[in-house]
Design a protein around this ligand. Sequence first.
Ligand code: NAI
Ligand code: MG
Length: 369
Amino acid sequence: MAQRTLFLLPGDGIGPETMGEVRKIIDYMNAEQDAGFVTDEGLVGGSAYDAHGASISDADMAKATDADAVLFGAVGGPQWDAVPYDVRPEAGLLRLRKDLELFANLRPAICYPALAQASSLKPELVEGLDILIVRELTGGVYFGEPKTITDLGNGQKRAIDTQVYDTYEIERIAAVAFELARTRGNTVCSMEKRNVMKSGVLWNQVVTETHKAQYSDVKLEHMLADAGGMQLVRAPKQFDVIVTDNLFGDMLSDVAAMLTGSLGMLPSASLGAPDPKTGKRKAMYEPVHGSAPDIAGKGIANPIAMIASFAMCLRYSFNMIEEANNLEKAIANVLDKGIRTADIMADGATRVGTTQMGDAILAEFSALS
Ligand code: NAI
Ligand code: MG
């Protein structure tokens, strides 16, 4: 039996509640499908700070590095607002992304048929929507130097952020986008602003060259990022995979997210480079939402984003495509039956809490398997 190692970091707030529902699915897959998951669990964020004064311990970092995949819940909350900057809960998340070199952030925007009415767009524009935004996560203007605010001495200050991209950073994110496109609609749209940014010129060149050299079977188009934002809300179904830099990806993925409804529904994955020996990529899977302190401990959080993140883990870290599809289908079926947590409640639907939603999805998953 294959051994698959998972490191669970539930974190703060609703993190432990939603992670509990994923744990049930893992246990089921081990018991009924011989999935061979070996799990370990650590502390991250405020809960780690309370335990040992750091946002994640070195021991837990080592476990995260060794595992095949990391499942991350959420971190943060008002009780840690006064904690020093370098040990605040979010620092743990940033350290994981940086130390594991998770340069590719995958944000799917999928519109479940049952929730098309909840979109801010007309239902016919989003029904059946299935796009994947691949955002570069470790470079660009968020990390580029110089990054300063200088006092000019004349009552003025000057703020500088620097957008930096090297060829290898663009090559590797483009490769991820093309490889993922091959498993989906075989189309990549690359977005930058080559009309006003040098980094956009290089981005466009490198994506084009990477395509020509290794991925010419995939359809490639280029769009200026502002026009891309417009097209995302005008006709989102034209897209399959979108690849873009850190800043544009941050904004465009939030735009795409809102096409599909609630924050409680949105999963994400962050991938690193393939290991030269094994071909395995480091990976972390997490919901897009935060720790939701306003509803933490009430048992009403929507576990779907966390469960859908685990479905991405099955697909991208373990190549368990059928299981991933079944889990996503189970989510869709449960929504079709009108079973809803409070955040996605609709007229005539049955309102349930976190564990009931998890149980309903597991029952459906088991029926499909
Ligand atoms: P949030 O995502 O935690 O919550 C925003 C709103 O959405 C709240 O009303 C919340 O109740 C609701 N919500 C979020 N997830 C939900 C779910 N699964 N089911 C039902 N409702 C849900 O963002 P907020 O309030 O801005 O931040 C709260 C804390 O979380 C802060 O400390 C923030 O720094 C942290 N945070 C952590 C992130 C992470 O761990 N990746 C990401 C975003 C924020
Ligand atoms: Mg954002």
